[in-house]
Ligand binder design. Structure first.
Ligand SMILES: [Zn+2]
Length: 647
């Protein structure tokens, strides 16, 4: 078992109560075992389970509901506005018809029987009491966790044909500590802010304060109650498979600054808020208006945890159409890092690869095998450390999909005997990067997101496989366990897998050779097109392109595998039939509790205009919510009082 003493995030005192009931969710299927599947079929066509890629049309993105109401700037106008807002809110039509709810509100949804599971009609006031109580419990529970929080921001400028295009970007990665208010330990080296900026706190300085984005995981972390807010029932709606009550929330007059104005979705069994969409109001007149859409997921029975926030800041004074200034994705994960890593299970025996197995021979390993054993230890240490830090997903099905592509390269290049053990892992972060550590190829979630098709994925993996084939070494100091003793947030500074320009050029050359023998050889035009698009966007997205652990996909102004561009068609940013790269955020589904990832099937949707292509761009989230059933009241999460799951 790996030592985690150096990591300050382990604190038994703050262990959430739910842990004591062994709620650590075990995946029912032991993943990652068995050989990777080679799926080269007779015709030479490739079919990969789980990886649905389509180079013709990109994913559909559903825009979230957005309360774009003007915000008041003086006391008088604020009251006037609030009065108006409440009239508007109370007259919102029910968002779906035919739902069973009998609430004493003039705005209640049309009555009608829901076919399944008729419930007693809770009084709306009672529902609100439950929601307020649940949110209080949520605030108490969330303080026990120290999740990773990542925010990626794209600053925008208007574009006549594409709507907006990114002109610059910013990236934050840290570990949230809610125990001492809202604080963050950054994984990145942050430039010191000027004194006066440093003092600015609160949501409207968020361009400079990553914590501003973290604030959006709370509706109101101080005063979410009837003394500060009014509540109006809107209707019911399914979010994924979870039936929700939809309620509009508006701050009462003179209830203070930075109050939430917007809509909340409350799941109708435990009355937990699962989504809220709106703004903080009133905002200072010198800033732009901020809208956000915040989602919580249900990884354990009775526990809903913040996972995604989409936010955007726009100029509300524009008369015709609002001008967007930035859009941002905030993700949270790593809630259960106490159990992260392949070797955390006490019962699990670390298994050597067969060619290191000398248990029956009674002999020491030969010098060569000893060296390989050290290399393997270093590789294992790195993989384990990245998982424990919350930066790498545990071994899972998604890795096998990537390994299948690697196997297709290995087998068609007759490398099976030499390289029987190449494996793939997924880094959980957004910046586009891939690197190799020993015989492990690592590729970031963000990079998988934007790849348009399997051939492009093969090109990325071929470059890393080439490093392995060429025997490019890495820092064997990592085989010494004590090298891994550092606080999690220093991971990106303590670990590096960067290679020099010479090794990069050699790997590119070898990769082209590997691809030429592979089933992907006739489909590399798209890969070339991807690298063209990457080069085109790179100057405005330096933080997306910048690798944190390995080499960036672009060195100077030239992309990796630049030779592939020669066979690629010309980049046509306004042609809806040409998809060079996808938006961020569609391909990988991340369980924020266990850090497990799965590849999502993206259903093709016809593009309406070039503005929907959004290569490498931030888009809103619209997760499919699922509820983990509470099997038995006696087993329910402590924070969730049993009396509240009725009727
Ligand atoms: Zn490389």
């Amino acid at each position: 078992m790996k030592e985690r003493a150096a990591s300050p995030c382990v604190n038994s005192k703050t262990e959430p109560s739910i842990k004591s009931q062994s709620m650590h969710r075990k995946d029912p299927v032991e993943r990652g075992d068995g050989p990777p599947r080679l799926l080269v079929v007779a015709s030479g066509e490739l079919s990969l389970g789980g990886l649905s890629v389509n180079s013709e049309v990109p994913q559909a993105e559903m825009l979230p509901m957005d309360l774009r109401r003007p915000s008041p700037r003086s006391g008088f106008f604020r009251i006037l506005f609030l009065a108006f807002a409440m009239v508007v809110l109370s007259n919102c039509p029910a968002s779906s018809q035919g739902w069973y709810l009998n609430l004493p509100q003039p705005t209640s949804a049309p009555s009608g029987q829901l076919a399944s599971a008729p419930r007693a009609s809770p009084d709306f006031d009672h529902v609100i009491d439950q929601v307020i109580q649940r949110e209080k419990e949520f605030l108490a529970t969330i303080r026990n966790f120290k999740p990773l929080v990542e925010t990626y921001i794209q600053n925008l400028k208007p574009d006549a044909e594409l709507g907006t295009v990114p002109v610059s970007d910013q990236y934050f990665l840290g570990k949230l500590d809610l125990n001492r208010g809202l604080s963050e330990r950054s994984f990145l080296q942050q430039p010191r802010l000027a004194g006066w900026l440093d003092k600015l706190t609160g949501i409207y300085s968020l361009k400079y304060m990553p914590l501003g984005f973290a604030q959006m995981i709370f509706v109101d972390d101080r005063d979410f109650d009837r003394q500060h807010y009014s509540f109006s029932f809107v209707g019911r709606e399914f979010l994924g498979e979870v039936r929700c009550l939809v309620i509009d929330v508006a701050p009462l007059p003179s209830s203070g600054n930075s109050r939430f104005l917007g809509r909340i979705w409350v799941e109708d069994e435990g009355y937990h808020i699962v989504r809220f969409n709106g703004t903080f109001t009133p905002h200072p007149s010198f800033t732009y208006k901020l809208d956000f859409d915040s989602w919580r997921l249900n990884p354990l029975p009775g526990l809903w945890l913040p996972a995604y926030v989409y936010s955007q800041q726009s100029d509300e004074h524009y008369r015709f159409g609002r001008r967007l200034h930035f859009k941002a994705q905030t993700r949270l994960w790593g809630y259960d890092l106490q159990h992260a890593g392949d070797h955390q299970e006490f019962t699990q025996i670390m298994v050597d690869l067969p060619f290191f197995d000398h248990s029956g021979s009674g002999e020491d390993l030969s010098p060569l095998l000893s060296l390989r054993r050290v290399q393997y230890s270093a590789e294992e240490n790195v993989v384990e450390r990245l998982q424990v830090a919350g930066l790498m997903a545990p071994k899972g099905d998604a890795d096998q999909v990537l390994e299948t592509v690697v196997q297709n390269l290995v087998i068609t290049n007759n490398l099976t005997e030499k390289l029987p053990d190449v494996r793939c892992r997924i880094l959980l972060t957004t910046p586009l990067e891939s690197f190799s550590v020993g015989h492990t190829i690592v590729i970031s979630r963000g990079l998988i997101d934007v790849l348009p098709d399997e051939a492009t994925l093969a090109a990325i993996l071929a470059h890393e496989l080439a490093h392995i084939v060429l025997g490019h070494s890495f820092n064997l100091d990592y085989s010494f366990d004590e090298r891994m003793f550092f606080p999690d947030e220093q991971s990106l500074r303590r670990l590096t897998f960067h290679r020099d320009a010479h090794a990069e050029a050699a790997a590119d050359e070898k990769a082209i050779e590997l691809l030429a023998n592979s089933p992907y050889k006739d489909r590399l035009k798209n890969a070339g097109l991807f690298f063209e698009a990457l080069e085109a966007r790179a100057p405005s997205l330096p933080n997306l392109i910048r690798a944190r652990l390995g080499n960036a996909l672009i060195a100077g102004k030239v992309s990796r595998l630049a030779v592939l561009k020669q066979s690629a068609p010309q980049l046509a940013t306004r042609d809806t039939n040409q998809i060079a790269a996808l938006p961020l955020g569609g391909r990988i589904k991340l369980d924020p509790w266990s850090d497990r990832v799965e590849l999502v099937n993206i259903k093709p949707v016809l593009l309406l205009n070039a503005g929907e292509k959004m290569p490498f761009e931030v888009t809103p989230f619209y997760p499919y919510l699922k509820r983990i059933p509470i099997p038995d009241r006696s087993l329910s999460v402590k924070a969730d009082s049993p009396a509240d799951h009725g009727p």
